[in-house]
Design a protein. Structure first.
Length: 400
C-alpha cells in the first residue's frame, strides 16, 4: 500500500473528518447549557437530536448518489463542512436571542443534520478509490483524526464558552470551522473519480466491467448489516447524546462534562486505526463481531459503579471498541462491494443504519426521560439494544 504516493488526499480528508466529527458531541455539550442554565425542555432538546439524526441519515444516500453521478466529492465535502459552521452560529444566536431560543435551536438542528450527511460516504469513497482494497487501514488512520476532533471539541467549546460566553464562544468556534473547511477544499479539489477509474480499467484489461446494479446476494448482505448497525447505533447514540447530562447529574460539574467527554473519547483515536488494521487483516465480519460484543459488555460494567476514575477508565475502553465504526463498517463495505457502488453502499450502512438508527435511539431516550424515568435507568434500558445487536451478528453472511 503506497500511502505516501497519494498522501495529500489522506491528509485533507482526515482534516475534514476532524472537523466533521468535532460536531458529533456538540449537542451533548450544549444540552447541559440549554437545559440547566436556560431551562430549555429536555424532551425538546432530545427531539432536536432525533431530527438532525434522521435528516442526516435520509439525506446521506441522496448526496452519495449525486456524487456518484457528478464527480464533485471535494466541493460537496466542503459545502457540508461550511454548513456545520453555520449551524454553530445559529446555536450561538440561541443564547443571545433567548425569546427565540426554541426556534433557533430548531433551525440549528436542521442545518446540523443536513450538514452531517456529507462527509462519511464521500470521505470513505475518496479513500476507497485512491487505496482500493487496502483502504480499511487508511480509513482507520483517517478515522483517528475524526476521533481526535470528537474528543477535542467538547473541551474546546467548553473552554471558549467559559472564556468568552456562550454566544461568542460558539461564534469563535464557527469561524475556525469555516476557515478549516476552505483549507480542506484547497487540499482535495484535484480529486476526480474518473482519474482513478482509468487506472483501474488499465489494470483490468479484458475483464468484464463491474455492474452498477447489485446482484441479490449483495442486496441481502446490505440489508442484514444495515439492520444490525441500526440497532447497535440505537444503543450507542442514545447513550452518547445524553452522556454529558448523565455525567452532570452524577458529579454536578459542568467543567467535568467537557473533560470527561474529551478524555474518554481519546480511546477512539487509538481504536480507529487499530480496528482499521484488524479489518484489513482479519476481515470486516470478524471485527464487527468483536467490537459489537465487547462494547455491550463494557457499557454494562460502566453502569455498575459511579467512581470517577473507574468510570473514565471503563468508558475510555468502551469508546476504543464502540467508536470504531468508520474504518470497520465502511472498510467492510470496500471489501464486499464493487468500487463504483462503494459510496452508495456506505451511505446506506452509515446514513440509514448508523445515523437514523442513532436518531431512533435518541428518540427512545427522549421518550424515556419524557416519562420521568431516571437517566441511569434509561441507560440500562438502552443497553438492551446493544445486546440485541450482538445476538443478531451470526445472521451476517460469511460469503457474498
Amino acid at each position: 500500500m503506497q500511502i505516501k504516493k497519494n498522501s495529500r488526499f489522506l491528509i485533507f480528508t482526515s482534516l475534514g473528518h476532524f472537523l466533521n466529527d468535532g460536531t458529533l458531541l456538540l449537542f451533548s455539550v450544549l444540552i447541559v447549557y440549554y437545559n440547566e442554565f436556560y431551562h430549555v425542555n429536555l424532551t425538546f432538546l432530545g427531539s432536536m437530536a432525533v431530527i438532525f439524526g434522521i435528516l442526516s441519515g435520509l439525506i446521506s444516500p441522496l448526496i452519495a448518489s449525486y456524487a456518484d453521478k457528478h464527480d464533485m466529492d471535494a466541493f460537496l465535502i466542503t459545502f457540508g463542512l461550511v454548513l456545520l459552521g453555520i449551524s454553530v452560529v445559529i446555536f450561538g444566536l440561541a443564547f443571545a436571542l433567548t425569546p427565540y431560543i426554541y426556534v433557533l435551536i430548531g433551525i440549528g438542528s436542521i442545518l446540523l443534520g443536513f450538514a452531517q450527511a456529507f462527509y462519511h460516504p464521500l470521505g470513505s469513497s475518496i479513500l476507497s478509490y485512491v487505496y482500493g482494497k487496502s483502504s480499511p487501514t487508511v480509513l482507520g488512520i483517517n478515522g483517528a483524526f475524526g476521533s481526535i476532533g470528537r474528543s477535542a471539541m467538547p473541551s474546546i467549546i467548553t473552554a471558549f464558552i467559559l472564556a468568552f460566553g456562550e454566544r461568542n464562544g460558539l461564534f469563535l468556534t464557527a469561524l475556525i470551522m469555516i476557515s478549516i473547511a476552505f483549507l480542506v477544499y484547497w487540499g482535495l479539489y484535484t480529486f476526480k473519480r474518473r482519474n482513478f477509474d482509468e487506472k483501474l480499467k488499465a489494470k483490468k484489461v479484458g475483464e468484464k466491467p463491474v455492474k452498477v446494479k447489485l446482484e441479490p446476494q449483495y442486496v441481502k448482505f446490505l440489508f442484514i448489516l444495515m439492520v444490525i448497525v441500526f440497532i447497535r447505533a440505537m444503543f450507542m447514540s442514545g447513550t452518547t447524546t445524553f452522556l454529558g447530562e448523565y455525567i452532570y447529574r452524577i458529579y454536578m460539574s459542568k467543567a467535568l462534562v467537557g473533560i470527561f467527554l474529551t478524555v474518554t473519547f481519546l480511546g477512539a483515536v487509538v481504536g480507529q486505526p487499530f480496528f482499521g488494521w484488524v479489518t484489513a487483516r482479519k476481515g470486516g465480519r470478524y471485527t464487527v463481531f468483536l467490537t459489537t460484543i465487547v462494547s455491550a459488555v463494557l457499557f454494562f460494567v460502566f453502569l455498575l459503579w459511579k467512581n470517577l476514575a473507574f468510570s473514565i477508565s471503563v468508558y475510555t475502553l468502551e469508546v476504543f471498541f464502540a467508536m470504531s465504526g468508520f474504518p470497520v463498517l465502511l472498510g467492510y463495505v470496500t471489501q464486499i462491494f464493487p468500487p463504483n457502488y462503494t459510496a452508495r453502499a456506505s451511505s446506506y450502512i452509515w446514513g440509514i443504519g448508523n445515523t437514523i438508527g442513532g436518531a431512533a435511539g435518541v428518540g427512545i431516550m427522549t421518550l424515556l426521560l419524557g416519562l420521568n424515568l431516571n437517566i441511569q435507568i434509561s441507560f440500562w434500558i438502552m443497553l438492551i439494544f446493544g445486546v440485541v445487536s450482538a445476538a443478531m451478528l451470526p445472521l451476517i453472511p460469511k460469503k457474498v
